[in-house]
Design a protein around this ligand. Sequence first.
Ligand code: GLV
Ligand code: MN
Ligand code: MN
Ligand code: MN
Length: 400
Amino acid sequence: MAGPNELMAAIAEVGVDRRRGGYSRHVFDDAERQLREWFTEQAEARGLRVEADRNTNIWAWWGEPGDDAVVTGSHLDSVPGGGAFDGPLGVVSALSAVDLLRARDFQPRRPLAVVVFAEEEGGRFGVPCLGSRLLAGTIDRDRALALRDPDGVTLAEAVRSFGADPARLGCDEEALRRIGQFVELHVEQGRGLVDLDRPVAVASSILAHGRWRFRFHGQGNHAGATLIGDRRDPMLPASRLVLEARRVAAGTEGGRATVGRLVPNPGGTNVIPSTVDVWLDARSPEDRSTRAMVTELSALAREFAAAEGCDVAVTEESYGDTVHFDTAFRDQLSGLLDGAPALPTGAGHDAGVLAAEVPAAMLFVRNPTGISHAPEEHAEPDDCESGAQALARVLEHLAG
Ligand code: GLV
Ligand code: MN
Ligand code: MN
Ligand code: MN
């Protein structure tokens, strides 16, 4: 029997990123594989039956796998240089909730499973929630198989070297049918619970959000020998786009726009780049306003590119419409948890992908820093305990 803090401590050294700070755990890399093995051992030690699904998500079943199961879990991958809690807290809380229920001699009347979704952050192949999107069939499998990581390795190749069969990837009706209800516990990624002075909340909604790649193409050349007037430097329109992203988001109700990744090619100090790739992450409460931000920024990118004698190609890499979590389900959870408040989130989650297919809900655990996707992300031990207890109460109620 282990509490969430003990389990978090057990994986604290896995995937520490000494260069960036925080954790870098990307799908199928050494750290992520180590976490998969660790999870499998932990689940098996609890007598859970562990299996991988067609999309390399891991399932740990309490009793026989079956339809209409109560499923909980989250992910073990991270963003580059991410915090300790985003993902793992949901997984360790699920294991710990199983322990709490066992200690009460609880016997589930419905199948109960803990799931670990693959590539939730899209940190390697660029599409977030890839494991749940594949399972739910909301990403075309051939498109997914052709996704490339920064080294040019395709998802198909990575899945094969991991030891799974890429031909089996894609919509998994059987796995989907088994999910009767899904509840994901997650560290909060803002200060909502701090402001409310509460340890645990239920999620109300997720912003409409996506990722777009802008590839600016110019003429690679010599930094010293090329006169300013002769340049076609793609870094110019790329930089202007970054500034406009801030302006457009600031003018959009609830809008956010971020450029967290910008790659000049070839990337030399004394080289005018031939191309610059800019990844835009855009979010807002409504599909319409998120789309409008991207439409406006795409038009500006074309204008800025033309002004520098460059061109630009815009590719949508992922998108998810606004999620409104099922009100009756979240009210039910809130009722079980002493009136836990409902909070919206700007972050994407596997629960958001699944919400379009099955009843899904989320629990948030207070984060005193309000910071996430950075090493300062935090949750106090007492709050992690409260989260695991809350999850146990929910599972007990749903599966009992
Ligand atoms: C994932 O956490 C995201 O919201 O980008
Ligand atoms: Mn995240
Ligand atoms: Mn997460
Ligand atoms: Mn996420």
